[in-house]
Ligand binder design. Structure first.
Ligand code: ADP
Length: 371
């Protein structure tokens, strides 16, 4: 799946201009259907116009049809993600601010020795907030966010995956500042696939590396020719990649990621913070001690395991009602109790084993940074 969303992920508009186009209205005005229709068709006109403008700015060699495909495969994102929505991970947030957000907002300060890296790898166990971080970076740096799963770039269904990769980078430049977020990057840059891999995935891997080098070159010599400028600002495009299997990335590709940020499982105080946030708007009767017990027993849980646990526990009061839930008034639903968490702990287990965890720690020690 490929997705593009504007800097502010809640926008319905595929194409975000600076300054951003007026937000689409969520609900039609009740009294005047016509003006709603008119409004929405104006919005569509604006969107069509935006697309034409971007298509005109595409660098040479980009296949317009592939570009349209990327522009059209849009997932309307939910709410924006901000730094404060992400529990813990302070070193990662700090590194991302320094490497991406500040340079995007103040390009004049970040040149020469302060030239930012063109790529950053986020690695660690699944469900630890890598995708959330990438989305927060896009929100906070006011960039166009291209979210691509690596498997969609190698899929045989698309057939012409090289063209897609080229279009992706071309659009990113035309719509700069941009962040290209590639999830499951291991499947695109894996060492394993180099011998007997499918032709399509080998070619898209090569094209990806070529395009990425071009960005790095453009950033190194910031003084671009007039022609380059017209085709977008390559110096404000960054590749952010995430993987749960960093050891699968081949060595040459690994070295291209100058920054490799470990996204570990949440520590004690982070689990506490997350649990408190999850419970904050809920009707519950957990005491401070109960929460401490939960923080203790969820050692080894990822952020997404903790979310799953809290969601399951929150179902407890409804489960006990059975069919009666269909006609029980809201104020008669009992609060969530510690016992609900106890029962959920039987079914919700950590996704990473301690052996699995050691593998991440070892890789981080050898190749990563903690902040
Ligand atoms: P990853 O990309 O590392 O696999 P995600 O960023 O997709 O993980 O996180 C999956 C879900 O887990 C999020 O939508 C969120 O509900 C929860 N989650 C994970 N890490 C955190 C965190 N640090 N703070 C808050 N929620 C988190």
């Amino acid at each position: 799946r490929m997705a593009i969303s504007g800097a502010n992920g809640s926008s319905n508009s595929a194409v975000r201009r600076k300054p951003p186009p007026a937000k689409r209205r969520e609900t039609p005005p009740s009294s005047d259907e016509e003006s709603w229709e008119q409004h929405s068709s104006e919005d569509e006109d604006q969107e069509a116009q935006d697309i034409v403008e971007i298509m005109n700015k595409l660098p040479k060699g980009v296949d317009p049809q592939s570009a349209r495909q990327i522009l059209n495969d849009i997932v309307v994102r939910g709410d924006e993600v901000h730094w404060e929505d992400i529990a813990g991970l302070e070193p990662a947030k700090k590194a991302l601010k320094e490497a991406v957000v500040y340079p995007f907002l103040r390009p004049d300060l970040f040149s020469g020795l302060r030239e930012p890296a063109r790529g950053m790898l986020l690695f660690g166990p699944p469900g630890t907030g890598k995708t959330m971080l990438a989305r927060a970076v896009a929100t906070e740096s006011k960039s166009t966010f291209f979210s691509v799963s690596a498997s969609s770039l190698t899929s045989k269904w698309h057939g012409e995956s090289e063209k897609l990769v080229r279009a992706l980078f071309g659009l990113a430049k035309a719509m700069a500042p941009s962040i290209i977020f590639v999830d499951e990057i291991d499947s695109l840059l894996s060492a394993r696939s180099s011998g007997s891999e499918h032709e399509a995935s080998r070619r898209s891997k090569t094209e990806f590396l070529v395009q990425w080098s071009d960005l790095q070159r453009a950033a190194a010599g910031r003084e671009q020719s007039a022609r380059d400028k017209k085709e977008g600002d390559a110096s404000r495009v960054l590749v952010l990649a995430a993987t749960n299997m960093p050891w699968d990335i081949d060595e040459a590709a690994r070295r291209r990621f100058v920054r490799r940020q470990y996204i570990p499982l949440p520590e004690h105080h982070v689990r506490e913070q997350q649990l408190r946030t999850l419970l904050s708007h809920q009707h519950h009767e957990l005491s401070a001690e109960d929460i401490q017990v939960l923080v203790h027993v969820t050692e080894g849980f990822s952020g997404s395991d903790i979310t799953a646990l809290a969601k399951d526990a929150a179902m407890g009061p409804l489960r006990n009602l059975g069919e009666a839930l269909l006609h029980t008034p809201m104020d008669q639903i009992r609060p969530i109790k510690f016992q609900d968490f106890e029962s959920s702990l039987y079914s919700i287990r950590p996704s990473v084993s301690s052996d699995g965890l050691r593998k991440y720690e070892d890789w981080a020690k050898e190749f990563g940074e903690r902040g």
